[in-house]
Design a protein around this ligand. Sequence first.
Ligand code: ATP
Ligand code: MG
Length: 263
Amino acid sequence: MTENILEVKNLKTYFYAPDGLIKAVDGVGFNIKEKEVFGLVGESGSGKTLTALSILKLINPPGKIVEGEILFNGIDLLHMYEEDLRGIRGSRISIVFQEPSTAFNPVFTIGYQIMEAIVAHQKLDTRKARELSLEYLNRVHIPEPKKVFYDYPHQLSGGTKQRALIAMALVNLPEIVILDEPTTALDVTIQAQILDLLDEIIEKENVSILFISHDVGIIARMCDRVGVMYKGRLIEMGETAEILNNPKKSYTISLLESVKALL
Ligand SMILES: Nc1ncnc2c1ncn2[C@@H]1O[C@H](COP(=O)(O)OP(=O)(O)OP(=O)(O)O)[C@@H](O)[C@H]1O
Ligand SMILES: [Mg+2]
């Protein structure tokens, strides 16, 4: 039996907003196995991003993780010292954030930022870190990696920026990569190219993936298993083919009907 690399148990992340309590994530639980691609699908506002951010304890007030366990290789991340968690974030568990435009700092070059991610977690000198950055820009098939290395984020196209973010997420050999809507901000042709790249990464790299998307067609293509989120809860979960071909809950059925043309 394959080991669970991540176990999320009864996760609750609430917002204490001025006009009342918002239960953004309300008792979510799922496991991800080694080399597995687990999907979270659901409409906007269902709690997908906040589930991902909770895994890395990146929730800021007025939001708060009020209950649950996040077991990474059996160790509870929610009760770990912040300093230890910093050693895991961006290295053993990395994330490609939903908003590509805000993921890079606009005032530093791409190369500088990837190198910074490397030296935060690996004991490498500047020359080695530069070589590794370029190797990863190559690995995600950026056409002119040496040029892109010295570019600022605003100089890159959406597709190239997303490739660079994926490179940065892989550069410290993570065990888990969280991809939050990795193609949503891109136009359709570029989306297809990024999905091809992700296919290649899933095949070649030894990583588990949490793949978040509101797009059932993309989930069908990428994920081994999927959980359907609705209003902060996981309402259905299982093998992707089983969930998509034989949905039990009326919400899943209506979600599928809206994209039937794709299936
Ligand atoms: N800063 C905040 N203050 C109050 N409520 C918030 C805040 N951020 C998120 N929420 C609440 O959490 C809910 C879930 O948000 P989340 O970003 O996880 O949704 P999502 O499923 O990722 O949606 P999308 O598909 O649009 O990215 C939102 O509907 C909102 O009610
Ligand atoms: Mg989101």
